[in-house]
Design a protein around this ligand. Structure first.
Ligand SMILES: C[S@@+](CC[C@H](N)C(=O)[O-])C[C@H]1O[C@@H](n2cnc3c(N)ncnc32)[C@H](O)[C@@H]1O
Length: 266
């Protein structure tokens, strides 16, 4: 099926290439140029055919993220050159992914675009860690927030609304602020014993999972030297993690990725 769109804003999911949508995969096979950032995993980049131009906009010299306006200008230039461009983003483009900012920029410059949703970290990483977001009797809903704040600006969230024991809390980009976040949630009334988890590199062969409580989460994360990308899950659903730990079991037995390698190449 051909499409008049010139720029495809495509979510990849959090790392496992098997979580790419069929549409994302098809677009990658037909792209002229792929523009991608830091959270797109190596295994997903391997899905891009040889000969397709790849442009990395995650970090540049000095370790700074390419400013958003430079990414916007790049997309505009490529689109005006008549290329079919896939703009790859980790997870879902519309969940803390700046996909909407890029889409607005394209819309305002008269560039055709399509947006392809991806599985967001809150969904995929928790699933691969054996933690359901909702569960009858444990969680009636989910609150998804960012734990990121600008340098020198204290993180301000609606702590009272967040400290709702009937809902699961998922925190993106919260590693630097997890001590403050845990403290403010307890101050707002959430029990210190509330189950809590951290998931690093979710859905990949490097996935790590830590089960803790709200009171001990920050110390545990430091002690076990968790590094980004990390997602935090707080709430009673975390209690199901040991029984539902399907992915770690498969990883430990070397089966999950090995079986897949074989079915793809063997
Ligand atoms: C800029 S946000 C992008 C989120 C992305 N658009 C999504 O829908 O998942 C980056 C944050 O997402 C979370 N994240 C993304 N991929 C992850 C992964 N594989 N494992 C753990 N956390 C992940 C982390 O909290 C990370 O700091």
């Amino acid at each position: 099926m051909s499409s008049p769109a010139q720029v495809f804003l495509v979510g990849t999911g959090p790392g496992d290439p098997d979580l790419l949508t069929v549409k994302a995969w098809r677009l990658l096979q037909n792209a002229d140029v792929v523009v991608y950032d830091r959270l797109v995993s190596e295994a997903i980049l391997e899905q891009i055919p040889a000969g397709v131009t790849r442009i990395y906009v995650g970090k540049k010299t000095g370790n700074h993220t390419l400013p958003q306006n430079e990414i916007n200008q790049l997309l505009l230039k490529l689109a005006e050159g008549g290329h079919s461009i896939v703009r790859l983003k980790g997870g879902d483009p519309f969940v803390f992914g700046r996909g909407s900012e890029e889409a607005l920029w394209l819309a305002r410059h008269g560039i055709d675009f399509e947006i392809v949703p991806g599985i967001t970290a809150a969904s995929a990483c928790t699933t691969y860690a054996g933690i359901p977001l909702t569960h009858r009797g444990l969680a009636q809903g989910v609150q998804i927030v960012t734990g990121h704040s600008q340098a020198d600006v204290p993180l301000e969230l609606d702590w009272q609304a967040l400290a709702d024991a009937s809902k699961t809390i998922v925190i993106y980009m919260g590693l630097a602020n997890i001590e403050l976040i845990s403290y403010r949630l307890m101050q707002a009334g959430l029990s210190a014993n509330t189950p809590a988890a951290a998931i690093q590199n979710g859905t990949t062969a490097k996935q790590r999972r830590l089960i803790s409580t709200l009171a001990t989460l920050s110390d545990d994360v430091k002690q076990q030297q968790f590094t980004a990308p990390v997602i935090f899950v707080i709430g009673k659903v975390v209690n199901l993690a040991s029984e539902l730990d399907w992915f770690a079991t498969e990883q430990a037995m070397g089966e999950y990725f090995a079986d897949r390698e074989q079915s793809q190449h063997g």
